[in-house]
Design a binder for this molecule. Structure first.
Ligand code: ATP
Ligand code: MG
Ligand code: MG
Ligand code: MG
Length: 470
């Protein structure tokens, strides 16, 4: 049966509640007391203190549906069937309670009995040295050995430097030949969209002392994550996460606003999917108190919003459109996230200000960029100077990766070192003049005045992720 997204979320949480788990609400996208992360990117991320023993969990079995943002997947969005920058991760967690056997049995029971997925289309993978997990899949669940894939550390071992770590077991679903890359050797683990990874079960079992010595943990943990949109894609038997009920409604709205039809042109489709995804990210980020700025989380928000705005231009949209789309995001997701409805006015107001701001310069910026491209062609060059890229950033509000993306489409690159240099010069000048620079449009104070009770207080972050860069 083709369950809806909102139904599947509830089915998952209810199932694990029936297995003794405590249902907890999604945590904010803004990490609390965690300077290693810019934005929450998995179900386990906000639960870290429970895993490390720093804090006592309210129960040793917990289940959540966590809002996630993965800017690392930004290049995939619109191009693969399965990646969004925003998605919801369903998870069940054990803090020193049950372990591998229960985790595997329950994941199988949920997929095949509760949701009713055809077991013949499912393929588990295990870490190559994890015979225990292999045996559970083979002997207890009854999967033939040739259907269980053994992968190495890169794919099936979860580890972040020193500390708790362990093997994982993932569950893939075969969507059939029509989604395959048809390359020889295309099978489970291929990067194409045929064997889609649905669920990751991490067995936190070892402690790495930092020198590659592993000892068994006394308190073993379970951390699992399944993309809600992917589960829906599989059960609804649709092409991509952009075709599941709630997201399709949004995608249709994008088409309506742009006056285009989905599936008539592949380039147009990429823009449609990209806008559909980015407006979800942006809506949820704003509802969690993130405001546009020139650094950190606020900059991620700004980049996503401007990227969506530019793809709107590609589709021929002339006027502001993001708030209209956000209304649909709110309508489709308020079931799971009532705060969206509560903060609706604020979200739409903020979006409108930020979009209007970019709209003032986007057309001139695009014009300048295409003039610059012409010059490059004439001169037989393919590198845009750092100063030009900086001008686009500073005067027209073009995030560097937006300029990069536009140029890449035509085979040009940016002198990125030159860009950084120009940026530093500008910062020095501003500092010495004690001037308040306000490149890139509206100042944070504009947003802070909108509704101070909603905007998150600034929490510092330390990260080497690309996220923090321009
Ligand atoms: P993939 O290999 O397809 O990129 P992943 O291995 O990076 O996925 P995990 O880190 O294991 O994903 O996250 C757990 C689950 O979350 C995945 O099995 C998938 O169902 C879902 N998921 C991960 N990234 C995304 C994304 N960008 N969009 C939607 N769902 C995602
Ligand atoms: Mg990934
Ligand atoms: Mg993977
Ligand atoms: Mg994975």
């Amino acid at each position: 049966k083709a369950y809806g997204v909102n139904e599947l979320r509830k089915m998952f949480l209810d199932f694990f509640e029936s297995k003794g788990h405590l249902k907890m609400d999604s945590f904010s996208l803004v990490p609390q007391n965690d300077k290693s992360l810019l934005l929450i990117n998995s179900g386990m991320a906000p639960l870290k203190p429970y895993f490390t023993g720093q804090e006592i969990p309210p129960r040793n079995r917990v289940t959540t549906c966590q809002k996630c943002i993965r800017t690392g997947d930004i290049e995939n969005v619109g191009k693969t069937a399965r990646h969004g920058t925003f998605f919801e991760m369903l998870g069940n967690f054990s803090f020193g309670d049950y372990f591998k056997t229960e985790a595997i049995h329950w994941s199988w029971e949920f997929l095949t009995e509760v949701v009713g997925i055809d077991p013949n289309r499912l393929y588990p993978s295990v870490y190559e040295e994890d015979d225990e997990a292999f045996e559970i899949w083979n002997k207890e669940i009854g999967i033939a050995p040739e259907r269980i894939f053994r992968f190495g550390k890169k794919d099936n071992f979860w580890e972040h430097g020193a500390g708790p770590c362990g093997p994982c077991s993932e569950i893939y679903y075969d969507r059939g030949e029509k989604y395959g890359c048809n390359e020889p050797g295309c099978t489970v683990g291929c990067d194409c969209d045929r064997y889609i990874e649905v669920w990751n079960n991490v067995f936190t079992q070892f402690e790495n002392d930092g020198n590659g010595h592993y000892t068994e943990l006394v308190q073993k943990n379970i951390d699992t994550g399944m993309g809600l949109e992917r589960l829906a894609t599989v059960t609804q038997d649709v092409d991509s996460i952009f075709d599941v009920d709630t997201i399709k409604a949004l995608r249709d709205k994008v088409c309506e606003v742009a006056g285009v039809t989905y599936k008539t042109d592949s380039k147009t489709d990429v823009s449609i999917r990209l806008i559909t995804d980015h407006i979800r990210s942006v809506t949820f980020m704003i509802s969690d108190g993130i405001i546009p700025s020139n650094e950190g989380r606020g900059y991620v928000l700004r980049r996503l919003l401007r990227r969506a705005a530019r793809h709107g231009r590609l589709l021929g949209i002339k006027d502001r459109f993001l708030a209209t789309l956000s209304t649909t995001v709110i309508a489709e997701s308020k079931d799971g996230y009532p705060e969206l409805e509560e903060k609706k006015d604020y979200i739409l107001k903020l979006l409108t200000i930020e979009e209007d701001n970019f709209n003032k310069t986007i057309d001139q910026g695009l014009k300048l960029l295409s003039d610059l491209e012409e010059v490059l062609v004439k001169e037989g060059k393919n590198i845009l100077s750092g100063e030009d890229a900086f001008k686009l950033y500073d005067t027209y509000g073009f995030p560097l990766d937006l300029t990069r993306e536009i140029l890449e489409e035509k085979g040009f690159v940016i002198d990125e070192e030159g860009f950084t240099k120009a940026m530093n010069v500008q910062r020095e000048t501003a500092r010495s003049a004690r001037a308040v620079t306000n490149y890139m449009g509206a100042d944070e104070t504009v947003y802070l005045q909108l509704d101070p009770s909603l905007t998150s207080s600034f929490v510092g972050y330390e990260t080497d992720e690309a996220d923090s860069k321009v």
